[in-house]
Structures are given as C-alpha cells and as structure tokens.
Design a protein around this ligand. Sequence first.
Ligand SMILES: *Cc1c(COP(=O)(O)O)cnc(C)c1O
Length: 311
Amino acid sequence: MKQDLIEIDESKAVLQQVALPGVNRNVSIYLKRLDLIHPYISGNKWYKLKYNLQIARQNGYKTLLTFGGAYSNHIAATAAAGQLFGFNTIGIIRGEQQLPLNSTLDYAAKQGMDIHYKPRSFFKKRNTDEFFSEMKSSFGDVYILPEGGTNELAVKGTAEILNGLGVDFDYVTVACGTGGTIAGIIAGLNGKQKVIGFSVLKGAQFLFEDVRNLILKSGENELCNWTINTEYHFGGYAKITKELIDFKLAFEKKNKIELDYIYTAKMLFGLRELINQNTIKQDSSVIAIHTGGLQGNKGMSNKVNRIQKSI
Ligand SMILES: *Cc1c(COP(=O)(O)O)cnc(C)c1O
C-alpha cells in the first residue's frame, strides 16, 4: 500500500518499567519502546527518516538513495519506508556482494531496493560535494540520505522521541552510532534532565564534537547537560562477548523484551554499571531508549553461536 501521508503511529512506542539483571541499587528504569513502532522502520530510524521523507515528497523526488554496511538498520528502514510510502530506493553497500544475500539485504531487495556495492575507499569521501554530484550523475535526481541517516532533518525528528512522555525522570540513556539520535534528544529536552549516551564504536571521541555541532545546528544554544560514555563498546561496532550475550539473555528472560546486540544491549549493560558505581544516583529515575534494530539479530546469530560453543 502506498500512503500519501508520511506517518507511522508513534503511540505504539510505549514506556515500560524494566528490571536490569545484576543491579544492586534502587533506581527506576523505564524503557521507551521505539522498537515497537515498526518491525523494520525501526526505532530511532523512523524519527531520523520522517522529515527527510516529507521534504523529499514535497520536492517531488521519486527516489531515495542511501549508504550503509551489509547489516545496516538504516538500509533496512529506508527500503521499508520506500515500499510503504511509494519511493524507489537505491542502497549503496560497503564491500563486495556476497551470495546468498544476508537477511538484511534480502529483505531490502524484497522491498524493491536497488542494491549496488562499492569499496571502502569510495565510502571515505561520502560526505563531500564531489561525491554527491557523482551520485546524481550516476543515478539521476535522487534524494540522498547520508549513511546512518544523520542530518539536520534527522535531528529535528529525533527531538520528538520524548514528546508526551508523561512521567518525571532524572536521566535519559541512549546508544550512539553517529550521534544523530542523542543530539535530537538533547535538543528536545532543552537543558533540563541529564542525557547519557553510550558509544557502540571504539574510539568514538569524535562524537563529542559531532553531537555538539548537531545541537548547535538545530538552533539550540550550547547545552551541557549531556555526556557520552565510550567504555562499553565491547571491542567495537558489532563486536560481542560472552558477558554481553549473558546480560542480554538474562534481561530478555526477566523482562520478556528482545534486545539487539549492537546497540541497546550495550547501552543497558553500561547503564547497569553506572548505577552500580553510583554515577547514576540511588532513587533516581531513568528513561532508557530502546532504539530498535532487532532485524540485525539474525545477522549476529553465527557469531553468538560461535562464542556460546567456545566456552
Ligand atoms: C542507528 C542506530 C542507533 C544509533 O543512532 P545514531 O543516531 O547514529 O547515533 C542506535 N540504535 C539502533 C538500533 C540503531 O539502528
């Protein structure tokens, strides 16, 4: 079905109190279930896409073009959004084609995404003007979404994630990749509560500057009610350990809520550590954002099995 209005029911993203395994202090934790918005236009990616899709539609674009790794949640979300709202989609994937397609790319292709592969060297210049004009000369008049979907319109969207929450809280915690999601959340709160991001990339010092710039571009003044913790990446992007797997499974058993390995499991693990270290104070309340990305779990299953078997 092609919908004229670019809308998804955001009220599905309920707030749910959860218990973290291994917490030994009294802190109330509420999970904001962005994972429930849509199975593939999942979590934060919907908020990052929505104003981009509206502007693309208003300006008469028929085709969206974007970039990502072979398991990217953003690629899956863009493919699904294109199918749902009537855009053609082109996905430029880092690396070489592997057949059969993995679950993410198989899904994207079935949504009609036209998939191309480019080497890593090509991806290095992806944010330059030269690159944008090269894309337009190869693919025509396409609306280009950056890798991970982060741009000013994305931040405008993610600023709405905590609208109408209806509870008081002291902290917000969220996983960070490019920082577009946390930047919007910080801008949307207007300097009130404290926001703590958890980087899932190793060596993500760049995030402090990138997030600061995104906040300033969104029209907010300098805000200092936020920080990014860079310690709980578990070795880097999509790297996992036995300890993380055990934590994820224990959380899922206790709360009956599935987590993804790459983002929300790492964030909640880090949150538990900060609570146990009393960095997050006793008796406070925390909104932890479940940013979705569950489609990526299929792509992690071999890695998980290998780690489980080797113990
Ligand atoms: C992309 C993604 C993030 C990171 O969002 P950024 O805006 O790039 O920081 C977090 N969680 C999930 C599930 C994602 O897919």
